[in-house]
Design a binder for this molecule. Structure first.
Ligand code: SAM
Ligand code: SF4
Ligand code: SF4
Length: 343
């Protein structure tokens, strides 16, 4: 089978490198309370400067290196990736890399209706759009900017119309939006759009996360089963983040990203590239490996591959499997922010 890669590399726990998540910008037009609370990410927040961001050529070069080492899936994220100007040019570059079979993007959807067609034509295959509520007032409070639900629904519609595969991510937080689980499930029933429920995670240092705020996968399933009968189905591929369930009667699929109640580190095949060119081997990492400096100092392709291989080869991350209240407290103030590295 031609995977377009010279060889597959594995980490200290024998996990292969398969996915690359590329954050193209650390800025966002939303201020979701669980990700970029407005009181922390204010006008004086030290966002990356333009010259610190990797250029599209630099990102493409890094992605080529990752593809050589076994990556076959790329996801574009942020911050809000659609705030990076001319993003479709990057999509075009990435879609031409040998071995990349899947090219996806995670977005808040608010800027998507204008861009969907260009992105699809450039080679984007799938989008995951985040939406946590169908109630304008509640959604406006969650996104911290009063953005209305319709702007996201229009983005979803535009993506569907141009033929992009669409999934919707709903982060569920106790006391905030658990009553929206059923309305969201009803809205997407029969549309072919897979709704995925995300457990609220302790990423970053800003959102004041506690275990008590988490609505678990099991809680969500119990709520859904008040309306429908669910059966678990097999993962689509090794290392899939979400566990999948089908509505027995309608055939609708649901996904559950249960990082807190049922972590999946043992099959985690994901590396992350920050907008300023650092590789992180875990969402909960404190430090990354700098590629920006070597790239701008003329590193050769072999040397670049070597830095990436070594970083992955030394990887021992399994934060979610080791999470305890003590560990959460101990790591506080050290972790990178979700808006910096993407979901
Ligand atoms: N701005 C884009 C968006 O919102 O889709 C892409 C970046 S955002 C960081 C990616 C995903 O991370 C979103 O689906 C969001 O719901 C999720 N996310 C953000 N903070 C989270 C948290 N504390 N726990 C779990 N998921 C979170
Ligand atoms: Fe922005 Fe996405 Fe974070 Fe919300 S979750 S603040 S949309 S980066
Ligand atoms: Fe992967 Fe780290 Fe998440 Fe575990 S905690 S699944 S190693 S990103």
């Amino acid at each position: 089978m031609n995977r377009g890669s010279d060889h597959t590399i594995t980490d200290k726990f024998n996990r292969p490198l398969r996915d690359l998540r590329i954050s193209v910008i650390d800025r966002c037009n939303f201020r979701c309370t669980y990700c970029m609370p407005a009181e922390v990410f204010g006008s004086d927040y030290p966002f990356l400067k333009k010259q610190e961001l990797l250029s599209f050529e630099e990102i493409t070069r890094v992605a080529q290196s990752f593809a050589k080492l076994g990556v076959n899936k790329i996801r574009i994220t942020g911050g809000e990736p659609l705030m990076r100007r001319d993003l479709e040019q990057l999509i075009q570059n990435l879609s031409c890399i040998p071995g990349i079979k899947d090219l996806a993007m995670t977005t808040n959807g608010s800027l998507l209706s204008k861009k969907a067609k260009q992105l699809k034509e450039a080679g984007l295959k799938r989008v995951t759009i985040s939406l946590d509520s169908l109630d304008n007032e509640k959604f406006g409070r969650i996104n911290g900017r009063g953005v209305k639900v319709d702007s996201v629904l229009n983005g979803i519609k535009a993506a569907q119309e141009v033929g992009l595969k669409v999934k919707v991510n709903m982060l569920v937080k106790r006391g905030v939006n658990e009553h929206e689980i059923i309305p969201m499930a009803r809205l997407f029933q029969g549309t072919g759009t897979v709704l995925r429920f995300i457990e609220y995670m302790d990423v970053g240092n800003s959102n004041g996360w506690t275990f008590a705020d988490v609505i678990s996968k099991e809680d969500i399933i119990n709520r859904l089963e008040e309306e429908m009968r669910l059966v678990p189905i097999e993962p689509d591929h090794y290392g899939e983040v979400a566990t999948r369930y089908l509505n027995k009667d309608s055939g609708d699929e649901y996904g559950f990203i249960s990082s807190i109640s049922a972590p999946f580190c043992s099959s985690c095949t994901r590396a992350r590239l920050s907008a300023d060119g650092k590789i992180y081997t875990c969402l909960f990492a404190a430090n990354g490996t700098d590629l920006h400096t070597p790239i701008r100092s003329g590193v050769s392709d072999d040397e670049l591959n070597g830095i990436i291989s070594q970083t992955w080869g030394n990887r021992t991350d399994r934060y979610s499997e080791e999470r305890t209240p003590e560990k959460v407290a101990e790591r506080n103030k050290q972790k990178i922010e979700m808006s910096y590295i993407g979901g």
